[in-house]
Design a protein around this ligand. Structure first.
Ligand SMILES: [Zn+2]
Ligand SMILES: [Zn+2]
Ligand SMILES: [Zn+2]
Ligand SMILES: [Zn+2]
Ligand SMILES: [Zn+2]
Ligand SMILES: [Zn+2]
Length: 593
């Protein structure tokens, strides 16, 4: 990869089918089996073992992380992921007759024969809501339905100004012309191409497609929106012993012989596996150092999966977080030093909200492991007429295992919940009722792809309240503590109890970037000052630099937010788990804590 991409960024921002900007022009990232695992390297050498993710979210598919150059024994400067040049059309910006540029396919301008220097890759590509991506068919654009006596190798690109409508593209053979501004607004025939699925060096495959395709700038954010799923590692699977037993090899041993008479029986099975070279001896020894009773308990914990859809897995997290914020974790009797989830009871702080309407419980999560997988992407082109499809980014290896790209991170976080369920927004104000109505009608009035799943809990006023608070807390932390807000991520929980018509929520703010300010205890060191952070958050919610305009943007059915803009509630795309939707300063302020 010529553009230097952090390995976590590959999952959070890019991934197969993304266009990156290389030193020698734009490049397309192929599927991992084409770009990374085409030779000696195998995805299992870089597996992220996590059953809740694999079994709960991915129907049994496995997760790999990108290896580092060092792990592959390659110098930092070498590319470990092969990419291919895309788009294929270039613009020669040498001054040709009449001051026009030349649009051509290939490496060398067919008019002035200049290589390099004045060449820039064309900014436009063609994409459809089914996720297809291809070069613009410039012949069709220039000629419309007409034929041309000779297929030209290039077109004249005559630019009278900086706007698209000031560009005329002309065929040098038949002199037909088209205005780029007009062409940009048209719907075009889609070629059905997925360039990431083609082997590098192979020619393009264009099976056709029934959707219309649209021209879009290759760097536009809506050209490729990754579908991400993140889960935290929560009790009971959060001890070192659980992680060891959850490894694929040991799960296979357990599956082959599903009961063990004694500890020595179990350990001797593991040692047999180690003799075959499938398991590290040190792992056997480490497991052997635990009591049989603990091993049995852990084996039982990992044998059952409680939930198998995203929102239930997230509610499971919420319950464990609530539990840990009251009881701490791990329990004292746990002798294992290394855990992947830790809440020290003595460090939990209870603070009143600035209006003294309710009390928050602020629990520092001293250790928090997250696994994020990219399951696919969407190309949001062609307006809202057609909701975009999710394009899967998994690949299947020769043993028929499916693999998704993922990243894991052991960091820290803060869990915020309410002690007394006095506020958030159970009130029956007209505004709360509007959101509630949106939530009840969510299945018809709002497109599915904007939500975690069909439950569309994001429209519930309690979710909106917590989500808006989360954004203002992130902003308050960056204003007050000089923390880069892009380094903090959020997770918003809401449990709705339909029978009692009540709901409760909470949020986790966590840091995910290795080596950034977040990973060194920076975030949890803020816990003692949380009363002033809460106060700052509410102050920030009260005034926006775009008021009174922003404040007038009241929520109504069909809208995605109430008053919320870049001057107030919106935060970096990498921090928000919900695309900066479902925010409403009014909901928060009407029920200010
Ligand atoms: Zn020039
Ligand atoms: Zn030229
Ligand atoms: Zn022509
Ligand atoms: Zn298509
Ligand atoms: Zn605003
Ligand atoms: Zn958000």
């Amino acid at each position: 990869m010529t553009q230097h991409i952090r390995r976590s960024q590959f999952v959070y921002t890019y991934g197969p089918g993304a266009i990156i900007e290389g030193v020698h022009g734009p490049r397309l990232i192929p599927l991992p089996d084409k770009g990374l695992f085409y030779g000696e390297h195998l995805p299992e050498d870089f597996e992220i073992s996590d059953q809740r993710v694999s079994q709960g979210l991915l129907a049994g598919a496995r997760v790999f992380r990108l290896p580092s150059n060092a792990e592959l024994g390659k110098p930092e400067s070498s590319d470990i992921y092969k990419t291919k040049s895309f788009p294929s059309w270039n613009l020669c910006t040498v001054c040709h007759p009449r001051g026009c540029y030349v649009l051509y396919l290939g490496q060398t301008c067919p008019v002035c024969h200049t290589e390099g220097g004045h060449i820039e890759a064309i900014r436009f590509v063609l994409a459809c809501p089914k996720g297809h991506l291809d070069d613009v068919d410039w012949f069709a654009v220039v000629h419309g339905g007409n034929s041309c006596s000779r297929q030209s190798k290039y077109y004249n690109w005559c630019q009278a100004g900086s706007s698209l409508s000031q560009v005329q593209i002309e065929c040098p053979e038949c002199s037909r012309k088209v205005n780029l501004g007009w062409a940009y607004r048209q719907a075009w025939k889609c070629s059905g191409r997925f360039p990431e699925r083609e082997s590098i060096g192979n020619s393009a495959e264009r099976p056709g497609c029934s959707e219309k395709a649209f021209m879009i700038q290759r760097q536009a954010a809506n050209l490729r929106i990754p579908e991400l799923r993140t889960l935290f590692t929560i009790p009971p699977r959060a001890t070192r012993l659980h992680r060891l037993l959850e490894s694929r090899t040991i799960r296979t041993v357990i599956a082959c012989k599903n009961s063990f008479a004694s500890k020595s029986d179990f350990i001797s099975e593991l040692e047999k596996t180690a003799k075959e070279g499938l398991l590290e001896r040190s792992v056997c020894a480490e497991i052997n150092s635990y009591d049989w009773q603990d091993i049995q308990q852990a084996l039982q914990d990992i044998s059952q999966l409680r939930s198998s859809n995203y929102s239930d897995l997230i509610l499971e997290e919420f319950d464990e977080l609530l539990n840990a914020s009251v009881n701490g974790y791990p329990p004292k009797r746990d002798r294992s030093g290394v855990v992947l989830f830790e809440v020290d009871l003595s460090k939990i702080k209870c603070v009143w909200g600035p209006r003294r309407k309710c009390q928050f419980r602020i629990a520092p999560l001293l250790r928090l492991r997250s696994v994020t997988v990219q399951t696919g992407y969407r190309r949001e082109v062609g307006g809202t007429s057609q909701p975009p499809d999710v394009v899967d980014v998994s690949f299947t290896d020769k043993d028929n295992n499916r693999w998704y790209p993922g990243t894991e991170f052991l960091g820290e976080g803060i869990f915020i919940s309410l002690i007394s369920e006095s506020v958030d927004c159970r009130g029956e104000s007209p505004l709360n009722l509007k959101w509630k109505q949106a939530w009840q009608n969510g299945h018809t009035d709002y497109p599915d792809h904007l939500f975690r799943d069909k439950k569309k809990v994001e429209l519930h006023p309690v979710f909106v309240w917590w989500h808006t608070l989360s954004h203002f807390l992130i902003r308050a932390i960056s204003v007050d503590a000089g923390y880069s807000s892009a380094a903090i991520r959020e997770r918003v929980y809401t449990r709705i109890d339909c029978t009692s018509d009540s709901a409760k929520g909470g949020i986790v703010l966590y840091a995910t970037q290795p080596g950034s300010e977040g990973s060194s205890g920076g975030l949890i060191s803020l816990v003692p000052y949380f009363d002033s952070i809460l106060q700052k958050a509410i102050e920030l919610a009260e005034a926006c630099s775009n008021d009174p305009l922003c404040a007038e943007n009241h929520f109504y059915l069909g809208k995605y937010s109430g008053p919320a803009c870049y001057g107030c509630a919106l935060i970096s795309e990498t921090s928000c788990e919900h695309r900066n939707l479902w925010l409403d300063r009014e909901v928060l302020l009407e029920n200010a804590p």
